[in-house]
Design a protein around this ligand. Structure first.
Ligand code: IMP
Ligand code: MG
Length: 183
């Protein structure tokens, strides 16, 4: 059943079934809150694409998709100090309800950057749904309207999240336990 190979440094934290159940609850709340509203679901690339695809298919109200790609500098496990916009949204959001879909809120810098970027564009509302919340490392205050799971202060991979671009295809969320440890 497990896709983890023997000797793998990944320890399962949240199973596929747990993720699916929680997404159903999030989608129910989102469908209720955005009923009758012009909703744009924005995938924050790359890490959120698996979460985005599964969540979107559980939401029952009409919506459109858009994508935004940001990078924090550096390939290591520390979220970078600097955020860079790689690809902007493809459509204007003026008058529309924007829901950012994020894999994990860690220091909060990415969300702070995106809120500042999008706030001036006249959206009817701007909120975030985050699969994971790692509050132990928060440096910026972020209001998470919909939250999947709180995770401990570990480096997590799988279900879209990577370590040096690997592990994104694991169907569950795991903690990466390297020897020697990260950070
Ligand atoms: P923040 O700007 O520090 O909140 O970090 C946001 C981004 O850093 C996330 O969207 C992830 O792409 C990445 N990130 C933060 N923590 C982790 C982790 O534990 N595993 C994988 N990626 C992470
Ligand atoms: Mg991300």
């Amino acid at each position: 059943m497990s896709a983890i190979e023997e000797g793998s440094p990944v320890r399962v934290l949240i199973s596929e079934a747990e993720i699916s159940g929680r997404l159903q609850e999030l989608a129910r709340n989102i469908s209720r809150d955005y009923e009758g509203k012009d909703l744009v679901l924005v995938c924050v690339l790359k890490g959120s694409m698996v979460f985005f695809a599964d969540l979107a298919r559980k939401i029952t109200t009409p919506l459109s998709f858009d994508y935004i790609c940001v990078n924090s500098y550096g390939e290591n496990t520390e979220s970078g100090e600097e955020i860079e916009l790689r690809t902007d949204l493809s459509e204007p959001v003026k008058g529309r309800h924007v829901l950012l879909v994020e894999d994990i809120v860690d220091t909060g810098r990415t969300m702070e950057y995106l809120f500042k970027l999008l706030e001036g564009r006249g959206a009817a509302s701007l909120k975030v749904v985050a699969l994971l919340d790692k509050p132990a490392r928060r440096k910026r205050e972020v209001e998470i309207a919909y939250r999947g799971f709180e995770v401990p202060n570990a480096f997590v991979v799988g279900y879209g999240l990577d370590y040096q671009q690997l592990y994104r295809n694991l169907p569950y969320i795991g903690a990466l336990e390297l020897d020697p440890p990260l950070d």
